[in-house]
Design a protein around this ligand. Structure first.
Ligand SMILES: [Zn+2]
Length: 166
């Protein structure tokens, strides 16, 4: 049944998203990799282990990376410069629980990442993302996601592009 396959696929992708975060934390904790390297390696490790294809790992890594960028951006919004480590206490609850270890382990690279995160970050239906509030760009309807999940179409206008806040 198509519906069951879709649901299975969704659970797999959410699981992969969370595994990539956990593996990235481990790799950063070992202190030998920067954030980009750790993310890439986490995806490679998980696809090598055989449960996921390289294609899946690459796709989900992009979502993880975007959400980390968004978490950094949310933390430092309005500041002229970003220097040193983000204080995990200043990261709002949603991002904090998921990314605090990553944010506190990446002091040297956060400036570069923050620069990248000034770029517009879009959140689209069908992508996996961390908990937070998504606001429909078309009609302004807000969805509050309490868990990591796939983004649904807007419940009000059925459009597919959101901005996110915590
Ligand atoms: Zn809408």
């Amino acid at each position: 049944m198509a519906e069951n396959n879709e649901e299975k696929n969704e659970q797999e992708e959410i699981g992969l998203y969370e595994k990539i975060i956990a593996r990235t934390e481990e790799l950063l904790g070992s202190g030998r990799k920067n954030l980009d390297e750790a993310l890439k390696r986490a995806g490679d490790d998980l696809s090598s282990a055989g449960s996921f294809t390289r294609e899946q790992a690459e796709k989900i890594s992009i979502f993880v990376k975007r959400d980390i960028q968004h978490a950094i951006d949310s933390t430092d919004r309005g500041r002229e410069t970003v220097k040193g480590a983000v204080d995990p206490k200043r990261v709002a609850v949603g991002a904090h629980s998921l990314f605090s270890k990553i944010l506190s382990n990446t002091a040297e690279t956060l400036s570069d990442w923050a620069k990248k995160s000034e770029q517009h970050l879009e959140f689209k239906t069908g992508e996996v993302t961390s908990p937070g509030a998504l606001t429909c760009k078309n009609c302004g309807e807000a969805i509050h996601m309490k868990n990591t999940a796939k983004i649904p179409p807007c419940p009000k206008c059925h459009q597919t592009i959101y901005r996110k806040s915590y």
